[in-house]
Design a protein around this ligand. Structure first.
Ligand code: ADP
Ligand code: ASP
Ligand code: MG
Length: 421
């Protein structure tokens, strides 16, 4: 008997039929003797619909009310899934985040889980029930409903798995594992059998939305093995786990690059002609931190005549908030002005193998030059090289790099269905 946490994303519960399919899967698991805790997202694109609804009545909705609204999406799907399980003759109970003791800090719309009390779940499991938990939400110390940021149900699942010492944490979506690139952008992408936490962290941090970054961080910190699977087709999926365990497989002489990620959700902000004196970068980025802006790449150009440009990338969602602050700092320090480019893409090559393999960046830049892609920013980590380019060239760059680094599916699965929507 195993204790399983199984998370189902929005596309897996988009319709009544799909919810019944998930219910049947959970019931099979329960009848086979496992204890099952399901974590569920809002149905289909319901969260997007709710976000649009909020903005249609207020361009700057209060974050507390945003959480009140967005948390309802998951509340619908847990109740309906519990009903569907009961209809198959197995006892089930649905819970909100608050009801199962998912405690968070008070940062509305981006809350972090502080602790989880597994008591309620233990009581329900002891009564032989399938427990269905609303993903993406928690409660803060004032009793306010909070949400964990977009894609946050993944984090709920991994955190719950850690808290209740589950044997398995399965994340079901519309794709049958983690691929060497987003299969929607790169049809020749292939499924990876396993990835280390470090590689998955880099992929998730750089746009591979198949697993939320914070979920992978949680998994690494608590040693939770994630198994990414499709809720539509059977298959081996992808394991995300400690690197040492990967070594047992045939990865010892594995490829230098594991995958290519892309991200179209950031903007590039440049403060032009900034006086090159101490304290300027501190002033700018302290202000960004105060505004809770997640700054990503930062580049300061070589100074000419005591003047320099400072560029950074930040989420598109934060642009409205950061623009007046950057403008004000630009005036204060007598810079020439602020330029904001919202039409950029970040493309990243990720692979643990690149640590001990020279020439990866040279090859990357040559491939991009040969297909006519101009690079405007570069940043690296020991296992990643990221570039910022024009958004229109994103697909071209991803595909060219995928081919050049030998990642194309050998079986030429270009017309097989990898993703179900
Ligand atoms: P869910 O709604 O179930 O949480 P998501 O939409 O968040 O599912 O994640 C699945 C999607 O992630 C896929 O449809 C795919 O387009 C995208 N994706 C991006 N990068 C990758 C990748 N490297 N491997 C697999 N899927 C990826
Ligand atoms: N429903 C939320 C979202 O769409 C959380 C999730 O699906 O993980 O972001
Ligand atoms: Mg997701």
């Amino acid at each position: 008997m195993a204790l399983v946490v199984a998370k189902f994303g929005g596309s897996s519960v988009a319709t009544a039929e799909r919810i019944k399919n998930v219910a049947a899967r959970l019931v099979r698991r329960h009848n086979a003797g496992d204890q099952v805790v399901a974590v569920v997202s809002a149905m289909g694109d319901n969260t997007d619909y709710l976000v649009d609804l909020a903005h249609s009545v207020n361009p700057n909705p209060p974050v507390r009310e945003m959480d009140m609204l967005l948390s309802t999406g998951e509340q619908v799907s847990v109740a309906v899934l519990a009903m569907a399980i009961e209809a198959l003759g197995v006892r089930a109970i649905s819970h909100t985040g608050a009801q199962v003791g998912i405690h968070t800090d008070d940062t509305h719309t981006k809350a972090k889980i502080s602790h989880i009390s597994g008591d309620q779940i233990a009581r329900d499991l002891a009564q032989d029930k399938v427990v269905v938990v609303a993903g993406f939400q928690g409660i803060d110390s004032r009793g306010e409903i909070t949400t964990l940021g977009r894609g946050g149900s993944d984090t709920t699942a991994v955190a719950l798995a850690a808290a209740i010492h589950a044997d398995l944490c399965e994340i079901y979506s519309d794709v049958d594992g983690v691929y060497s690139a987003d299969p929607r952008v790169c049809p020749k992408a292939h499924r990876l059998d396993s990835l280390s936490y470090e590689e998955m962290l880099e992929l998730s941090a750089n746009g591979a939305g198949v697993l939320q970054l914070r979920a992978v961080e949680f998994a690494r910190n608590y040693g939770v093995v994630i198994h990414a699977l499709s809720s539509f087709v059977e298959g081996p999926g992808t394991y995300i786990k400690e690197a040492e365990e990967n070594m047992e497989s045939d990865k010892m002489e594995g490829p230098v690059i594991s995958g290519v990620a892309h991200d179209l959700s950031e903007a590039k902000i440049t403060l032009r002609h900034v006086p090159d004196t101490k304290g300027v970068a501190a002033l700018l980025f302290e202000r960004m931190a105060e505004l809770n802006v997640n700054v990503d790449m930062i580049i300061q150009d070589v100074s000419h005549d005591g003047m320099t440009d400072i560029s950074f990338t930040a989420p598109l969602d934060d642009v409205e908030r950061l623009t007046p602050a950057c403008q004000q700092i630009s005036d204060q320090i007598h810079a020439e002005g602020v330029e904001i480019n919202t039409h950029v893409a970040k493309v990243s090559l990720v692979g643990a193998g690149m640590k001990s393999y020279p020439g990866v960046s040279a090859k990357m830049f040559r491939v991009l030059a040969d297909v006519g892609v101009n690079i405007s920013m570069i940043s690296t980590s020991p296992i990643r090289i990221s570039i910022v380019i024009d958004a229109d060239q994103c697909q071209l760059a991803v595909r060219a790099l995928h081919t050049a680094f030998g990642l194309d599916d050998a079986s030429d699965g270009s017309d097989s269905v990898k993703v179900v929507r």
